[in-house]
Design a protein around this ligand. Structure first.
Ligand code: NAD
Ligand code: FMN
Ligand code: SF4
Length: 446
C-alpha cells in the first residue's frame, strides 16, 4: 500500500443538463458525505419505496430497468439478484466490490468518499431484495479517505436506525461492515475477494458455482460494483422506466465514464450509455492536448483501438464497443499519445499484470510474470532480436484462454491489440534495438 488517497479536487463531474442529476449529483458539494447533506437531497427515500414494494418487486424493478453490472463485465444486475435462493433458511450475503484497481478506472473512489450514503442505501435495498442481513464493503487499501468516510457513514446510519435491527421499522435487519484490502489487484476478482474476506490467500475460485449458489463461507452471495449499487438506489428512487429511458436498447442508463491521458480536462463524466467517444473526448473533456494514436476504452484490460474517425463516432455501449473490436469494461477511457513508444507503454501494463498475478496457474505465473515481462523488458532496453514479435504472439497463443481467471487474458488485451495496430514500432525495436518514438516517463521508473 503506497499511495494515500488525496482529496478529490481535480474531478470534473460532467452532469449533462438534459438529465436529472444522478450518481454524481452530490460529488464536490459541501459535506456531501454526511447524513444531513444526503437527507437534504432526498436521501433514503428510495429504501422506503423498496420496503413498500416488497422484496420480489424490487428485483423485478431492477430487472426492468435494464441495469447491467458496472464493474466491467456488464452482467444483468436484476437477473443476478434473482439467482439468490428464496427462503432457504440459510444466511445470505451481499458484497460491494470497491477494490477498483484497474488502471484507467477511478469512478468508484469518489462515490465512496463523496457520497457513501448513496452506496449504503443501495446496499440496504439489495440486501432487502435478496434476503441478506449482512453486507460487506471491500475497499481498495489505498483508498484511505474513502474507507474513513464509508465507515463514518455506516456509524451515522446505525445511530439513526438505518442499519441494524428493524431498519426504519420495516422488520428487516441489516448490518454493514467495511473490509480494507491490502493492495492486490486480484482481490477485485469476485471469488478471490471472497477468499480474502474469509481471511484466506486471495486466489480465485472455480466458477461455476457462481456466488449465488456458493459464495462467502459457501453461502448464497451476490457481489456488485460500487456504481451498480448506487445505480440501484437511483432506480428505486426514480423508477425503472426512468432508468430504462436512457442509454441504448441493450445498454440502459447513465454511466460514469472516466478519461485520462493527454486531454484538456481529465476526470469523471456522468453521461448516458451510447454517448460517442468523440463527445466524451472533445465536448466534455476539452479535446486532446497533443496528437493521439490509440484509445483504451474501458480500463487497461480492454484491447486498444485506433484513434480514427470510425472509433471516435462509436457509441460507448457494451454492444457497439464490442463490435468495434474491444470492450466497454469500466468505461475508463485512456488516450495514448502518438509520440509515446507503444511497446514501452504496453510494457508498463505487462509488468503491472505480471506483478499482480496471484501465481495460482502456470500460464499466468510463468507466461505473464515470467516470459512476457522479460520479453518486453528485453525489447524496451534495446536487446531486441529478429523473431521477438513472433515469439510474443506465440506466447500469447499459449496463454490466451488457458488461465484460471481473467487476469492473464486481461494482459493479452493490450499486448495483442498493440502488436496488431503498431507492428512497425515492435519491428523497429526487434530489428534495430531502437524505438520509433522515445518512451514517456512512467511512474514505475521513478
Ligand atoms: N473495476 C475494476 O477495477 C476492474 C478491474 C479488473 C477487471 N475488471 C473487469 O472485470 C471484468 C471481468 O470480471 P469477471 O471475471 O468477474 O467476469 P464474469 O463475466 O465472469 O462475471 C461477471 C459477473 O456476472 C456473474 N455471472 C457471469 N456469468 C454468470 C452465470 N452464468 N450465472 C450467474 N452469474 C454469472 C459473475 O458472478 C459476476 O458477478 C472485465 O470485463 C473487466 O472489465 C474491473
Ligand atoms: C482480475 C480482476 C479484477 C477485478 N477487479 C474488479 C474491481 O476492482 N471492481 C469491480 O467492481 N469488479 C472487478 N472485477 C470484476 C468482478 O469479478 C465482478 O465481475 C464484479 O464485481 C461484479 O459486479 P457487477 O456485476 O456489479 O459489475 C475484476 C475481475 C477480474 C478478473
Ligand atoms: S490467471 Fe493469474 S491471477 Fe488468475 S488465477 Fe491464474 S495466476 Fe492467478
Amino acid at each position: 500500500m503506497t499511495v494515500a488517497d488525496p482529496a478529490p479536487k481535480a474531478i470534473t463531474s460532467g452532469l449533462d443538463p438534459r438529465f436529472a442529476p444522478t450518481l454524481y449529483a452530490r460529488v464536490g458539494r459541501p459535506d456531501s458525505w454526511t447524513l444531513d447533506a444526503y437527507l437534504q437531497s432526498g436521501g433514503y427515500t428510495a429504501v422506503r419505496r423498496a420496503f413498500s414494494l416488497g422484496n420480489d418487486a424490487v428485483i423485478d424493478e431492477v430487472k426492468k430497468s435494464g441495469l447491467r453490472g458496472r464493474g466491467g463485465a456488464g452482467f444483468a444486475t436484476g437477473l443476478k439478484w434473482s439467482f439468490m435462493p428464496l427462503n432457504d433458511g440459510r444466511p445470505h450475503y451481499i458484497v460491494c466490490n470497491a477494490d477498483e484497481s484497474e488502471p484507467g478506472s477511478f469512478k468508484d473512489r469518489y462515490l465512496l468518499s463523496e457520497d457513501p450514503h448513496q452506496l449504503i442505501e443501495g446496499m440496504i435495498i439489495a440486501g432487502f431484495a435478496m434476503r441478506a442481513s449482512v453486507g460487506y464493503i471491500y475497499i481498495r487499501g489505498e483508498y484511505v479517505l474513502a474507507a474513513q468516510r464509508v465507515q463514518a457513514a455506516i456509524e451515522e446510519a446505525r445511530r439513526t436506525g438505518l442499519l441494524g435491527r428493524d431498519v426504519l421499522g420495516s422488520g428487516f435487519d441489516f448490518q454493514l461492515h467495511v473490509h480494507r484490502g491490502a493492495g492486490a489487484y486480484i482481490c477485485g476478482e469476485e471469488t478471490a475477494l471472497m477468499n480474502s474476506l474469509e481471511g484466506l490467500r486471495a486466489n480465485p475460485r472455480l466458477k461455476p458455482p457462481f456466488p449465488a449458489a456458493a459464495g462467502l463461507y459457501g453461502l448464497p452471495t451476490t457481489i456488485n460494483n460500487v456504481e451498480t449499487f448506487c445505480a440501484a438506489t437511483q432506480i428505486l428512487r426514480y423508477g425503472w422506466a426512468w432508468h430504462a429511458g436512457m442509454g441504448t436498447e441493450k445498454s440502459r442508463g447513465m454511466k460514469l465514464f472516466q478519461i485520462s491521458g493527454p486531454v484538456a480536462r481529465p476526470g469523471v463524466y456522468e453521461l448516458p450509455l451510447g454517448t460517442t467517444f468523440r463527445e466524451l473526448i472533445h465536448d466534455w473533456a476539452g479535446g486532446p492536448t497533443e496528437p493521439v494514436k490509440a484509445i483504451i476504452p474501458g480500463g487497461s484490460s480492454c484491447p486498444m483501438m485506433p484513434f480514427s474517425d470510425r472509433i471516435l463516432d462509436t457509441p460507448m455501449d457494451y454492444e457497439s464497443v464490442a463490435a468495434a473490436g474491444s470492450m466497454l469494461g469500466t468505461g475508463g477511457v485512456t488516450l495514448v499519445p502518438t509520440a509515446d513508444c507503444i511497446v514501452n507503454a504496453t510494457w508498463n501494463l505487462v509488468r503491472f499484470y505480471g506483478h499482480e498475478s496471484c501465481g495460482k496457474c502456470t500460464p499466468c505465473r510463468e507466461g505473464i510474470s515470467g516470459w512476457m515481462t522479460r520479453m518486453y523488458e528485453k525489447l524496451v532496453r534495446g536487446g531486441g532480436q529478429p523473431g521477438d514479435v513472433e515469439l510474443i504472439l506465440d506466447m500469447s497463443d499459449n496463454i490466451g484462454g488457458k488461465s484460471f481467471c481473467a487476469l492473464a487474458d486481461a494482459c493479452l488485451g493490450p499486448v495483442l491489440s498493440s502488436v496488431r495496430l503498431f507492428r512497425e514500432e515492435y519491428d523497429a525495436l526487434a530489428n534495430t534495438g531502437r524505438p520509433l518514438y522515445p518512451a514517456r516517463k512512467r511512474w514505475r521508473d521513478e
